[in-house]
Design a protein around this ligand. Structure first.
Ligand code: GYE
Length: 317
């Protein structure tokens, strides 16, 4: 039903944007549920759509790009009004984004970016992924001073923009401090289980006593690594310093318990800014900036992590 018919039929006169939102159908191609943060993003996205009266068609790709591409093509065939994509990896999107463009369906990227011309999407709602890594590196520099520190790194999903950018940023953060050295770096695919397995291999290869710090591209891998460190008879947060990213509830709990040292917050609410931009664009063609940046905040033991944990634990992580 077109907007005018909707307005004429409705007894209550809505604002144009509210009326528009009440009639929108949006497809959301979500990566999967590899981490607590991703689960929270899904929860919040569904809440933000419901708040606006938007019909959300949700597709879980189980971490596979081919499933995302299939879902996007299905959304196009259904004639949705817009498409949200959290792209699992950075490459391989040009063709399907061109198909959405040809169908005049605007696309908004959530939490990750793609290596494609930016005229193929309306905007990207993400944090500054390089900055997050740099903040983590600079925190470790401040923590270690002139002491030598052999670092192991758990990378995110290979080929994803957060894995690429958070690595780059961390290296920038420790640049110029020769006493800090990354001695092992491997993907844990953003999951707790893989974080534990890879940390076990690091401990076996290096020997627990020679590892000073862990930098994990997300908290879930860090939480898995904490288990491995404990099982090796070491004290996480003391024998091995741990810094990660997301600020999920369990990271705040681990910091409160002295088993982790720092995390950088990533808001799970990328959908709010995304849907605001889409509603404005669909209402009157307002073009948003190509990048809508979300905040990044460092949390350490000096914060009231127990209270933050209590506040965050029921938010859908
Ligand atoms: O840090 C992690 C999730 O794409 C930035 O993906 C996001 C990352 C987030 O698996 O928990």
């Amino acid at each position: 039903m077109n907007i005018k018919a909707t307005l004429m039929a409705s007894a209550v006169i809505l604002s144009p944007v509210a009326a528009l939102a009440a009639d929108l159908t949006i497809g959301f191609s979500q990566i999967g549920s590899e981490s607590g943060w991703r689960a929270a993003e899904t929860t919040v996205t569904k809440q933000e759509a419901e708040k606006r009266g938007i019909t959300l068609k949700f597709a879980d790709a189980q971490q596979k790009q081919e499933n995302q591409i299939k879902a996007i093509r299905s959304f196009i065939a259904q004639g949705v009004d817009a498409i949200l994509i959290a792209p699992v990896v950075a490459t391989g999107w040009d063709e399907v984004l061109e198909e959405a463009q040809d169908a005049e369906i605007p696309v908004v990227l959530l939490d990750r970016t793609v290596d494609a011309p930016d005229d193929l999407y309306l905007t990207a709602v993400t944090s500054d992924l390089v900055h997050e890594g740099k903040v983590a590196g600079e925190w470790l520099v401040s923590e270690m001073g002139d002491s030598d520190c052999r670092i192991v790194e758990l990378q995110g999903t290979t080929g994803s923009s957060p894995a690429i950018d958070r690595k780059t940023g961390f290296e920038q953060g420790i640049d110029g401090h020769a006493n800090l050295e990354i001695v092992r770096s491997q993907t844990g695919d953003f999951t707790r289980s893989q974080g534990k397995v890879v940390m076990e291999s690091f401990l076996k290869a290096e020997g627990g006593d020679s590892i000073c710090a862990l930098y994990a591209h997300n908290d879930d891998m860090a939480v898995g690594a904490i288990q491995a460190i404990k099982e090796a008879g070491l004290k996480p947060g003391e024998d091995i310093k741990i810094v990660a990213i997301d600020a999920v509830p369990d990271a705040h709990l681990a910091i409160a318990q002295g088993e982790m040292n720092a995390t950088i917050e990533l808001t799970p609410n990328m959908a709010g800014p995304a849907l605001d931009a889409l509603e404005a664009y669909l209402a009157d063609g307002t073009l948003p900036p190509k990048w809508i940046q979300t905040e990044s905040k460092l949390f350490t033991a000096s914060d009231d992590n127990q209270s933050i944990y209590e506040m965050k634990k029921d938010l859908g992580y």
